[in-house]
Design a protein around this ligand. Structure first.
Ligand SMILES: [Zn+2]
Ligand SMILES: [Zn+2]
Length: 373
């Protein structure tokens, strides 16, 4: 510490390093970032100062800590709050997906279902953190499920989630709020001042997300009479989602009305709530009555087995359905066909009455299966 009581380049000034004295209990399904913000406010500090003092060696707010909290920071939080490591992991997104840490080999695949928040220094440029205004009013914590790509509505209140400030439409950044994390950091509007009832019924969205969440809970996914394991389903569903987007891009008439071309080109986890909901509704529809709806969609989009050739190894449930698709739409011309096309082209090139007569003759003979001059 120098004469100005500055403790180092990255450390806050005029603060003694103190242990966490105010006890904060994790809320229902609370994100670790939300927990740290509440802890900072309970200690009368901004989240920046608080983490600079308690985690001097760790980068916190310039990372998506909910999906990448280091093992060292996990241990420190557990130590300060008298929690077990498992309790702290249970507040992270990798814990939600059943991974022990962010270095778990399963985690990169699971991350496809986690919304991107677009970290830029301490800002968040994307709308990956959603919230239910009514849940936030009941309990001022941000829940883990609100970061999932296939969560669009609140099962408790039956309304659509919001992903921005209802007033200035900025992305939600609880760590930038000086006092209350339930206010917009930019304009100060209370985030739960507008409920989501104006957005219409969320029943369909709830049905779609219920099936996906149930799968994550370890129940697997019921596909007709078959019960798929969670990794098996997630792997296949990721492939299906990628191909659905490719086909919707090529065949705009198959596209749900609520999704535009720009969104179709983006990764699903980067999209806003309404676009993700439209895409997951298509996926859910194709998984219904498996594989009948899938085959109808593939037929309308002109999909063949070739479309799946670059997708790597398919899970068994998808392989069986793909085998029902045609191998390819156009077959290569056979040798005889090739000979006939070349022969006819040559005659057309020569031109004149004789060539046209020979051309007609060749075509007539080919129709009878005779391929020779
Ligand atoms: Zn709610
Ligand atoms: Zn605002």
């Amino acid at each position: 510490m120098d004469r100005t009581r500055r403790m180092g380049r990255h450390r806050a000034t005029s603060i003694e390093v103190v242990p966490w004295y105010a006890h904060v209990v994790p809320g229902r399904d609370e994100l670790i970032s939300s927990f740290l913000v509440r802890s900072a406010h309970r200690h009368g500090l901004s989240p920046y100062r608080f983490t600079a003092v308690t985690f001097p060696e760790n980068v916190i707010w310039t990372r998506d800590i909910d999906s990448s909290l280091s093992d060292q920071a996990l241990s420190l939080i557990a130590h300060y709050y008298g929690l077990t490591i498992d309790d702290v992991v249970a507040m992270t997104l990798f814990g939600f997906m059943g991974c022990a840490s962010s270095s778990d080999p399963q985690w990169p695949a699971c991350q496809r279902w986690i919304n991107v928040i677009g970290i830029y220094h301490r800002l968040r440029l994307r709308f990956g953190l959603q919230f239910c205004p009514l849940c936030l009013k009941d309990e001022p914590v941000f829940q883990r499920a609100w970061r999932l790509s296939f969560v669009f509505a609140c099962p408790k209140h039956g309304i659509f989630l919001r992903d921005c400030c209802p007033s200035c439409e900025m992305a939600v950044m609880p760590h930038r709020c000086k006092h209350e994390p339930t206010r917009c950091w930019q304009c100060g509007t209370v985030l739960h001042s507008f409920d989501g009832k104006d957005k219409g019924s969320a029943d369909t969205a709830l049905a779609v997300q219920y099936r996906m969440l149930r799968c994550l809970d370890g129940h697997g996914y019921c596909l007709g009479p078959e019960l798929l394991s969670t990794p098996e389903f997630i792997h296949g569903a990721s492939i299906m989602m990628r191909l659905i987007k490719q086909q919707l891009q090529s065949h705009p008439d198959l596209r749900p009305i609520h999704i535009c071309t720009v969104d179709i080109r983006e990764e699903t986890r980067r999209l806003r709530t309404h676009s993700r909901e439209a895409l997951f509704s298509v996926l859910n529809e194709l998984l219904e009555d498996w594989p009948v709806n899938f085959l109808h969609f593939a037929h309308a989009a002109g999909m063949t087995q070739l479309a799946f050739r670059t997708c790597g190894e398919l899970p068994n449930w998808l392989t069986a359905a793909v085998a029902l698709l045609p191998e390819r739409l156009r077959t290569r011309p056979r040798n005889n066909d090739k000979w006939l096309i070349d022969h006819v082209c040559r005659l057309e090139h020569v031109g004149g009455a004789v060539s046209w007569a020979l051309r007609a003759q060749a075509l007539m003979r080919a129709a009878k299966g005779i391929y020779e001059c």
